[in-house]
Design a protein around this ligand. Structure first.
Ligand code: ADP
Length: 657
């Protein structure tokens, strides 16, 4: 392969621009990212070598070396991991493979501060080198390939990069950063050590630096470019020492790990720049023995909605990285969880397929799912802002640790609540625990803090169901005509405005023995909440209205399945409801928007016989137009659009004129 110049994928070029322009305020993270890549490369080698020991060549000890050259102003990070072939260097360092990258780029606003936050969630990895370097040279050879199939990749971090074949005896990768003038502080052993201690102490791989000694003016290593002499009298000795703890964080006893170390480890495995919301670190003993260190992030990642993405939980077997295949370790609805699971029982060299069928892996998955649910329950329990947990009477803040949890469940829920709801349809075994963790707004609270349990505690005497309504927005839900009678009687209704709500609630017929009832489905039956006099009056009104109803049905037969008199309306003339077993109009609309086929069931039009407009129908010369206006308005009121908007406008205008 002769030298060739290639262009970055458009997204990479855009990302690079942002990296260099937005991330300079937190320069030092580049070291964490590059060391984390080096560590991943070593993990990959270890894994491939399980089936092919020859890959270790003559260097079985995996390590990372960090070296700097003050004269050349370079900082070099070298690992003896899996390395890259020529094609891999082109593919991996010239494109971004992450799905959703395009969408992510679209979200960037151009505002540096905001974008820096987003980029933090995206994880810039290798490209973070350009925060401190105006040129990066990568030299690599993939394990197993001959020395003459090494590759050199060079780029100034703008539009393109160069690649060429080189001879490279050593397996693995060197990242050579040609530092910018404002990043020269990294040409200093003390600085490097302190940054590495901060970010990479938990890496199980040894990180080595060349030892330095004070030797004023003496020549120690004459072969060194600058005669072995460093300004300040520090000289390199040619001896390498391990500068990190080099023991995997999760294998250390809890009491020896500081909060900061937990947080840094999280940042390293998640590429998140924010500290996690909470974590749990446990050794699980019993039939299956494993260590779990699981984190709940504070912020949702940009690709939370991608259900296929690799999850953040990595499986290790006796400290050897095996896979980060999401589903085997965590259910999809917990895909936001990050962390490490290290099993003592699983065989090292087993295939992915076998792992997924393994009873031990299943036990780990179940145990870890339960652990995450308890973490969430614990957060809810200590969250004063969470009215649901308060209703259960368990919010006494007892110590500083608990105090720190205040507000955290609410924060968690606003980021990940929608994803958690998917669990109702996915994890039948934990459905009841999940149901307790759900929160909604309600007619009693705009904040999304009402749980089924506290709703139940507030139910009126004689109330037999938990009432809810689904709508596109909180305003639409609150002002929905279907709520009128509930408001009048002071009955709380849960307001559900999340797209997944209706789908998720399909899987939850009741909560703790109390049925869930949509106020927009079927006829309203307030049961014991309605007194005899009211029932009688309603029946009489319906009877008297019968002839008009028959005419309405006839006029609207193409649009409405049925027309009936209702008691659920107070101020509005009419509303639409769906049959008991029908799909709500809102869900049908969502499906249509998503290009899916929605079953074409016609709604039921319910009219308020007491309303002036409805009373006018009887004997009106405009009966036909009024009937259609009534129907179309009911549709508009719930966020729908008349099938023929122009005809609707024409009818209204005719009446107005
Ligand atoms: P990510 O690590 O999130 O995939 P990066 O931009 O950091 O993204 O790296 C892109 C890819 O480049 C990696 O997935 C890996 O395949 C390759 N790569 C980066 N650094 C190394 C390295 N030190 N050794 C081998 N491959 C590497």
């Amino acid at each position: 392969m002769s030298k060739q110049t290639l262009s970055f994928q458009a997204e990479v070029a855009q990302l690079l621009h942002l990296v260099t322009h937005s991330l300079y305020s937190n320069q030092e993270i580049f070291l964490r990212e590059l060391i984390s890549n080096a560590s991943d490369a070593c993990d990959k080698l270890r894994f491939e070598a399980l089936n092919n020991n020859a890959l270790y060549e003559d260097a079985p000890n995996l390590e990372v070396r960090v070296a700097f050259d003050q004269a050349a102003k370079t900082l070099t990070i070298t690992d003896n991991g899996i390395g890259m072939s020529q094609q891999e260097a082109i593919d991996h360092l010239g494109t971004i493979a992450k799905s959703g990258t395009k969408d992510f780029m679209g979200k960037l606003s151009g505002d540096q501060k905001q974008d820096a936050q987003l980029i933090g969630q995206f994880g810039v990895g290798f490209y973070s080198g350009f925060i401190v370097a105006d040129k990066i040279t990568v030299e690599s050879r993939r394990a197993g390939l001959p020395a003459d199939q090494g590759v050199r990749w060079v780029s100034g971090g703008t539009g393109d990069f160069e690649v060429e074949a080189i001879n490279r005896a050593a397996r693995g990768t060197s990242i050579i950063l040609h530092l910018r003038d404002d990043a020269e502080e990294y040409l200093n052993a003390w600085k490097l050590k302190s940054v590495i201690a901060k970010y990479s102490d938990h890496i199980s791989l040894p990180i080595l630096m060349e030892k330095e000694e004070w030797k004023d003016g003496e020549l120690i290593n004459p072969s060194d470019e600058n005669g072995g002499r460093q300004p300040g009298g520090m000289v390199k000795t040619g001896e390498w020492e391990t500068i990190n703890k080099a023991s995997a964080l999760w294998t250390r006893p809890k009491k020896d790990i500081t909060e900061e170390q937990y947080a840094e480890f999280y940042k390293a495995i998640s590429h998140d720049h924010e500290a996690p919301l909470t974590w749990a670190h446990n050794r699980v003993e019993g039939n299956t023995e494993y260590t779990q260190l699981l984190y709940i992030p504070a912020k949702a990642p940009f690709d939370l909605w991608n259900r296929d993405k690799k999850a953040g939980v990595k499986l290790y077997v006796k400290r050897v990285f095996i896979m980060d295949d999401a589903e085997a370790l965590m259910p999809t609805y917990l895909r936001f969880v990050k962390g490490v699971i290290d099993s003592a029982d699983l065989p090292l060299n087993v295939s992915r397929e076998l792992l997924q069928e393994s009873r031990d892996v299943r036990a780990i998955r179940e145990g870890s799912t339960k652990r995450v649910l308890s973490m969430l329950e614990d957060l809810a329990k200590h969250d004063k802002h969470d009215t649901a947990a308060n209703a259960e009477g368990v919010t006494d803040v007892v110590d500083a640790d608990d105090k720190a949890k205040e507000g955290k469940y609410t924060a968690f829920y606003s980021e990940f609540g929608s994803v958690l709801k998917e669990g109702l349809g996915e994890d039948f075994g934990n459905r009841e625990r999940l149901a307790k963790l759900l929160r909604f707004a309600s007619t009693a609270s705009d904040a999304v803090t009402v749980g089924f349990a506290d709703y139940k505690a507030r139910m009126k005497e004689g109330q037999e169901a938990i009432y809810y309504i689904t709508a596109d927005t909180l305003a639409a839900a609150k002002n929905s005509p279907q709520l009128e009678v509930f408001k009048k009687k002071g009955i709380e209704v849960l307001l559900m405005t999340d797209r997944v709500d209706e789908w998720a609630l399909n899987y939850l017929q009741d909560f703790d023995g109390t049925p869930l009832q949509s106020v927009a489905k079927g006829a309203v039956d307030l049961g014991k909440l309605q007194d005899e006099a009211e029932k009688k009056a309603a029946e009489e009104a319906a009877e008297a209205f019968k002839p008009v109803l028959a005419k309405l049905k006839e006029a609207l037969k193409d649009k409405a399945e049925d027309v009936r008199v209702t008691t659920r309306l107070v101020d509005s003339p009419a509303c639409l409801v769906v049959q008991d077993d029908g799909m709500s109009n809102q869900l049908a609309r969502l499906l249509k928007q998503a290009g899916q086929q929605a079953p074409q069931s016609k709604p039921v039009l319910e009219v308020n016989a007491e309303h002036a407009l409805v009373k006018k129908l009887d004997g009106s010369v405009h009966f036909h137009d009024l009937a259609h206006i009534l129907f179309d308005q009911a549709l508009l009121a719930e966020g729908g659009l008349p099938e023929d908007p122009a005809a609707y406008v024409k009818r209204v205008n005719a009446l107005l004129a």
